[in-house]
Design a protein around this ligand. Structure first.
Ligand code: NAD
Length: 338
């Protein structure tokens, strides 16, 4: 069984990817300092797969500790690097925390890959590298924008670092640019469980329905979109997880890949905020308490992916609908509130 090192394996996308990897026959270990997650995610992974995953609770900014884990697992064939801080607003308030955490951890992991010849590398990037794209849907050739936040900049810089290292080493790499991951595993055993209050739309909607928040505020109803609200490409986390397995399989099959491949991971469909609310209400047969508010500064009006490249080359097809996403997210959130 080929072994994969997953950084950030206790986190939201990492835990779902552990499941997909195990179900595809990989052996996995996780490295996660639990700064934004709980080890209980691995109990959920066990419930789904029957496999106990070992987590190394170390900070990847600690080079010695990182090298030690890689040395112990130098038979690994690949790394999926999820570990990073991910909150845009927090990154604006604490830029150095973000640059230090996201860049130091990446350089340490890449150094460990080089040293122990773990030569297949998948990096979590984000559609935030495109900023306010002029042409929709966005394909991978869209020029990268000036980053709107230190967080987005860590993804732009991170992609560049990966490119530079691939250029001088035997490492082959794939960059996956996620659009808006949402939802939870259909089993109800894993989902998003951060250590801070989530700011993204789906947990805010489910949280409002569960009484955690008084109301859901729709920020801006006069945008030039079909119903005046912002449009995003929401993609189910299990679909995202499956793309990682496909990306890894592609890397493992190719003996020689000199270029770093880049893929957009989105459904290709833009969904507005009001449409998300409707999908939530329909899927869960309830009414959401929401209000229409003024625009927030800094919001991108509309962005959605051209996912043709991932479909063709990774043979990946996102399958889960927005309603299923809303149902799974609510089921998961209910479990965590009760
Ligand atoms: P998450 O916070 O749930 O998972 C990240 C995990 O990394 C956490 O469990 C955290 O404890 C761990 N971690 C962070 N810094 C670490 C360090 N220095 N050492 C060890 N562990 C560390 O986030 P997620 O939503 O699963 O995101 C995974 C990746 O995908 C991140 O790189 C994120 O930037 C990227 N991404 C996420 C989204 C999204 O909306 N969720 C969108 C685009 C890109």
């Amino acid at each position: 069984m080929a072994k994969i090192i997953v950084t950030g394996g206790c986190g939201y996308i990492g835990s779902h990817t552990l499941v997909s990897l195990i179900e595809s026959g990989f052996e996995v270990i996780s490295i996660d300092n639990l700064s934004n997650s709980y080890e209980t995610a691995l109990e959920g992974v066990f419930k789904i797969t029957g496999k106990k995953v070992q987590n190394y609770n170390i900070d990847l900014c600690n080079k010695e500790a990182t090298l030690k884990v890689f040395e112990e697992h130098k038979d690994a064939v690949g790394v999926i690097h999820f570990a990073a801080k991910k909150y845009v607003n927090e990154s604006v308030e604490k830029p150095l925390l973000y640059y230090k955490n996201n860049i130091d951890s990446l350089t340490n992991v890449l150094e460990a890959c080089q040293k122990f010849e773990v030569n297949n590398f998948v990096f979590s990037s984000s559609c935030s590298v495109y900023g306010n794209a002029k042409k929709l849907p966005v394909d991978e050739n869209c020029p990268l924008a000036k980053p709107e936040s230190p967080y987005a900049n860590t993804k732009v810089i991170g992609e560049q670092i990966v490119n530079d290292v691939v250029g001088i080493s035997d490492i082959k790499a794939t960059l996956l640019r996620y659009f808006n991951p949402a939802g939870a595993h259909q089993s109800g055993c894993i989902g998003e469980k951060p250590r801070v209050q989530p700011q993204n739309i789906v947990p805010r909607i489910t949280g409002t329905a569960l009484g955690k928040y008084e109301k859901f505020s729709v920020a801006g109803t006069d945008y030039p979109t079909r119903d005046g609200t912002c449009i995003r490409d929401y993609i189910h986390v299990s679909d995202i997880a499956n793309a990682h397995v496909q990306a890894l399989n592609c890397l493992l099959k190719q003996q020689e890949q000199t270029e770093v491949e880049v893929f957009n991971l989105g459904t290709g469909n833009g969904v507005s905020v009001l449409e998300m609310i409707k999908a939530f209400e329909k899927a869960n047969e309830l009414k959401l308490n929401y209000t229409l508010e003024a625009r927030r500064s800094g919001d991108v009006v509309a962005i959605y992916a051209d996912n043709t490249k991932a479909k063709n080359i990774l043979n990946w097809n996102p399958k889960i609908t927005v309603e299923q996403m809303m149902k799974s997210a609510y089921e998961w959130d209910k479990k965590n509130v009760l």
